[in-house]
Write a protein that binds this ligand. Structure first.
Ligand code: BES
Ligand code: MN
Ligand code: MN
Length: 450
């Protein structure tokens, strides 16, 4: 492997600011799609297609035919989250830089660096050992609507013997993982209006309602200081992990104290204290406030009673919770909790059902073997707190969806100074190269039983 050349190529990909949620970056998203398309062509894909016209295209590719070999569908995303707050980046988010064996850039781990691994692992083989299919999308970070609609129209796209997703991390350095669940997500804006226009806080203060105050009260009623979410029906379908699963988590190299000190880097943890931190992160739903707008936030001081305030919020959902009922529950709770003198509205931006995956088919054992050969340890089952909206749809065709990744827990996804350790990158290419090879030699009879 010519590492300098590979790093140069990855940097090219990382330099494209393909922020899917910001319309100002639409042409950048298209450039990132083109970068992926060109790579697929170099891998010998005959018909590279750009699918879904409304927004950022899904890049589809079909590798050279390998008769009698299994078919592996590779999923990934070329879009990234907004890079703000910019001032906190040591080097600019779209100017990749290596420091101390780590590559810093927005998308280094989520997910461009990992897509890069998956593709370069193919290029590292003398010839493709399996029938490759590719679905690399450009709006994973905004709910995956284009790909979801595409799969509804054309379910044959997910026909494969296995589907490989590398968009996660090891559970700890030296501990590769495969994931059995992903949380779902419901993203919403809650808007509170209290008067026709903003009002002078001297003339009106004391008698006129204040939108920010009303919104704060509403939000604090939706989730209490004890971490409990007060949305009627919300916890109904939530199931506790089995005793066996909870016992297995105790064996993982995860210490609640280290999580606070090294990863959160705060003063204390919150949430439902009667459950372990892993259970709170992996098996319980959440309610988070992402940002609040409205009123006066500029420099200086302005005495005003804001007429309107909006909170962007999201709820993570766990297996058995469904997006549609949760959206209805939130809308009903907001309506019930808002006082009469307030107009409260809820607008849903995007969402995803949770995913649950059985990890017992032969492909999982081959991945574990590849990890073991390259890193010294096979992949262990774990759950993921994050979401990948399209995963339930990828599973529609019945193929096992392998959720894994080569990042590390401290990669700072979605945050300033996102990074990927170069060792993880080089190991990752080796792991996937070996996995493809092993899958290619999988006996067709075993495959059909999988
Ligand atoms: N790669 C992440 C998902 C992830 C992160 C899974 C960490 C497991 C552990 C993905 O790119 C992501 O961030 N998804 C969004 C989806 C959302 C915007 C619908 C998420 O989880 O916030
Ligand atoms: Mn991702
Ligand atoms: Mn992400």
């Amino acid at each position: 492997m010519d590492r300098d050349r590979l790093l140069g190529e990855l940097n090219e990909f990382l330099r494209i600011p393909s922020v899917s949620t910001l319309p100002a970056h639409n042409t950048d998203c298209r450039r990132a799609a083109d970068w992926v398309g060109a790579e697929l062509q170099r891998l010998g894909c005959s018909d590279v297609q750009y699918l879904g016209s409304e927004t950022h295209p899904v890049v589809w590719g079909k590798g050279p035919a390998v008769p009698d070999a299994p078919t592996l569908l590779i999923y990934g995303h070329y879009d990234v989250q907004p890079p703000d707050p910019l001032a906190e980046w040591v080097t600019p988010p779209f100017e990749p830089a290596v420091r101390d064996g780590k590559l810093f850039a927005r998308g280094a781990a989520d997910d461009k660096g990992q897509v890069f691994c998956l593709l370069k692992a193919i290029a590292a083989l003398p010839k493709p050992p399996v029938n490759f299919r590719f679905l690399i999308e450009g709006e994973e970070e905004y709910g995956s609507k284009v790909l979801f609609d595409l799969l509804k129209r054309e379910p044959q796209r997910v026909r494969a013997d296995a589907i490989l997703v590398a968009d996660m991390s090891y559970v700890a350095p030296g501990w590769p993982a495969v994931y059995t669940t992903l949380r779902g997500l419901a993203y919403a804006e809650i808007t509170v209006r209290t008067s026709k226009t903003d009002l002078h806080s001297g003339e009106y203060g004391g008698a006129a309602p204040n939108a920010h105050e009303e919104l704060s009260r509403l939000l604090s009623r939706l989730k209490g200081a004890d971490g409990k979410i007060n949305i009627p029906g919300f916890y109904g379908p939530v199931q506790r992990p089995s005793k066996t699963e909870l016992a297995a988590w105790k064996k993982l190299p995860f210490k609640e104290k280290d999580f606070l000190i090294k990863r959160v880097q705060g003063k204390g943890l919150v949430g439902l204290k009667q459950y372990s931190v892993l259970e709170r992160l992996w098996a319980l739903p959440t309610f988070e406030i992402h940002g609040i707008t409205g009123g006066f936030t500029g420099e200086g001081a302005k005495t005003v009673i804001p007429a309107e305030a909006t909170a962007k919020v999201s709820m993570r959902l766990v297996p058995k919770q469904k997006l549609a009922p949760v959206e209805r529950q939130l809308a009903a709770a907001v309506k019930r909790l808002a006082p009469k003198h307030v107009t409260a509205t809820v607008r849903f931006l995007h969402g995803a059902d949770p995913a649950q995956i059985k990890v017992n088919s032969p492909a999982f054992q081959l991945l574990a073997q590849a990890f073991k050969e390259v890193t010294g340890r096979g992949s262990v089952p774990a759950r993921a707190g994050g979401s990948i909206p399209v995963v339930p749809a990828l599973a529609w065709g019945g193929a096992p969806v392998i959720l894994t990744g080569i990042g590390l827990p401290d990669d700072r996804l979605h945050a300033p100074n996102e990074k990927l350790d170069l060792k993880q990158l080089w190991d990752g290419i080796e792991v996937f190269r070996r996995f493809y090879e092993l899958l290619g030699s999988l006996d067709s009879e075993v495959r059909s039983r999988g």
